[in-house]
Design a protein around this ligand. Structure first.
Ligand code: 9UX
Length: 72
Protein backbone atom coordinates (compact mmCIF):
# COMPACT_ATOMS: atom_id res chain seq x y z
CA UNK A 1 0.00 0.00 0.00
CA UNK A 2 1.29 3.44 -0.92
CA UNK A 3 -0.26 6.72 0.19
CA UNK A 4 0.30 10.17 -1.21
CA UNK A 5 0.93 13.10 1.11
CA UNK A 6 1.27 16.77 0.39
CA UNK A 7 2.99 19.15 2.76
CA UNK A 8 4.08 22.75 3.03
CA UNK A 9 7.76 23.33 3.75
CA UNK A 10 8.97 26.52 5.39
CA UNK A 11 12.49 27.90 5.28
CA UNK A 12 13.52 26.90 1.76
CA UNK A 13 15.15 29.93 0.17
CA UNK A 14 17.24 28.55 -2.68
CA UNK A 15 17.37 25.67 -5.14
CA UNK A 16 19.93 23.86 -3.03
CA UNK A 17 17.39 23.74 -0.20
CA UNK A 18 15.03 21.90 -2.52
CA UNK A 19 17.72 19.38 -3.43
CA UNK A 20 18.54 18.97 0.24
CA UNK A 21 14.92 18.29 1.25
CA UNK A 22 14.33 15.94 -1.68
CA UNK A 23 17.51 14.06 -0.77
CA UNK A 24 16.38 13.71 2.84
CA UNK A 25 12.96 12.46 1.82
CA UNK A 26 14.23 9.99 -0.77
CA UNK A 27 16.59 8.37 1.74
CA UNK A 28 13.83 7.69 4.25
CA UNK A 29 12.72 4.07 4.46
CA UNK A 30 9.22 3.70 3.08
CA UNK A 31 9.34 6.80 0.88
CA UNK A 32 8.87 5.78 -2.76
CA UNK A 33 8.86 9.17 -4.44
CA UNK A 34 9.43 12.77 -3.35
CA UNK A 35 9.08 16.00 -5.30
CA UNK A 36 9.61 19.45 -3.81
CA UNK A 37 8.84 22.79 -5.48
CA UNK A 38 10.58 25.97 -4.38
CA UNK A 39 8.09 28.41 -5.94
CA UNK A 40 5.10 27.00 -4.07
CA UNK A 41 6.91 25.67 -0.97
CA UNK A 42 4.99 22.43 -1.54
CA UNK A 43 6.26 18.90 -1.39
CA UNK A 44 4.62 15.65 -2.37
CA UNK A 45 5.62 12.20 -1.21
CA UNK A 46 4.43 8.70 -1.91
CA UNK A 47 5.08 6.51 1.10
CA UNK A 48 4.26 3.15 2.59
CA UNK A 49 2.32 3.85 5.82
CA UNK A 50 3.33 0.46 7.25
CA UNK A 51 6.97 1.64 7.19
CA UNK A 52 6.84 5.37 7.93
CA UNK A 53 4.23 7.87 9.14
CA UNK A 54 3.43 11.40 8.00
CA UNK A 55 4.72 12.67 11.34
CA UNK A 56 8.02 10.84 10.92
CA UNK A 57 8.45 12.33 7.46
CA UNK A 58 7.70 15.82 8.80
CA UNK A 59 10.15 15.32 11.68
CA UNK A 60 12.92 14.32 9.27
CA UNK A 61 12.43 17.59 7.40
CA UNK A 62 12.37 19.58 10.65
CA UNK A 63 15.54 17.86 11.86
CA UNK A 64 17.24 19.36 8.80
CA UNK A 65 16.20 22.87 9.90
CA UNK A 66 13.03 23.40 7.88
CA UNK A 67 9.39 23.60 8.90
CA UNK A 68 7.01 20.95 7.61
CA UNK A 69 3.23 20.85 7.77
CA UNK A 70 1.21 18.08 6.18
CA UNK A 71 -1.81 19.31 4.25
CA UNK A 72 -3.47 15.93 3.60
MO1 9UX B 1 20.61 27.82 -0.11
MO2 9UX B 1 19.04 26.31 1.71
O1 9UX B 1 22.26 28.83 -0.04
O2 9UX B 1 19.23 25.36 3.37
S1 9UX B 1 20.86 25.62 0.60
S2 9UX B 1 19.42 28.62 1.61
Amino acid sequence: KVLSGQFRIGGMTCAACVNSVEGILRKLPGVKRAVVALATSLGEVEYDPSVISKDEIAHAIEDAGFDATFLQ
